[in-house]
Write a protein that binds this ligand. Structure first.
Ligand SMILES: [Zn+2]
Length: 139
């Protein structure tokens, strides 16, 4: 995509602190890091959302994420990291090109868990119904 900032990084038109690259993906330091060493991994092909990717491509992306996350944790001597992606604008995705965040964590950094991003306190008496709905939608 011509006006995509991440596609421009892939093409080399915008400089980035690239830490890893393979045939499918590239990883670089986030320019507005949440914590020191915050890294993003993106597919070289432009997909807007993770759910736009097929299973094979998603698998390739996460193989690279696994490799890079291990490297970030090792290089920075981390105790942990949050690994995740914002899938769509409603979920906080700011750049419309799939990117997986690797956010370095340390004990006592005052950060929360990934499941604390949003709390709508939904009812739980319909879990069976929800289970069936989702199960039927899995292809
Ligand atoms: Zn792009």
């Amino acid at each position: 995509m011509d006006n995509c900032i991440f596609c421009k990084i892939i093409k080399g038109d915008i400089p980035a602190k690239i830490v890893y690259e393979d045939d499918f993906a590239i990883a670089f330091l986030d320019i507005s890091p949440c914590t020191e060493g915050h890294t993003v991994v993106i597919p070289k092909q432009h997909f807007e959302k993770f759910t736009d990717m097929d299973e094979e491509d998603a698998g390739k992306l996460f193989a690279s994420v696994n490799k890079v996350a291990k490297a970030v944790e090792k290089a920075l001597n981390l105790e942990g990291s949050n690994i995740g992606l914002n899938n769509g604008k409603a979920a906080g995705q700011e750049v419309p090109h799939v990117h997986v965040h690797i956010i370095p964590r340390k004990e006592g950094d005052n950060g929360g868990a990934i499941q604390s991003i949003v709390k709508t306190y939904p009812k739980t008496d319909n879990l069976e119904e929800l289970k069936e709905k989702i199960k039927e939608s899995v292809k």
